[in-house]
Design a protein around this ligand. Sequence first.
Ligand SMILES: [Zn+2]
Length: 102
Amino acid sequence: MASIRRKKKTTIGKHVGTCKFCGGSVIDKGSFYGCVNYAKTKCSFTISKTMLGKSISQTNIKKLLTEGKTNVIKGFKKGENTFNAALIWDEKEKRISFSFEK
Ligand SMILES: [Zn+2]
């Protein structure tokens, strides 16, 4: 893999975890996280950096990709409601979903 070093302080290109679809590297692409194999195999694995008005920290993205679950994130907004939930990787649906505390 070619490494591109930029002087500018940026997290773009930073490896955050392993792709749930193809096992490739998931990197910071600026406004979202995505699989490096997108260019090669059109792997469409992406994670948005903001969900329901909350920005998801890189720590939580790493947790999601390694453990399948983030910490509980407070203050998601849906319409009039605000709620707290952890993000989980749904193996069946192959997508991210919300996990509510019971
Ligand atoms: Zn991939």
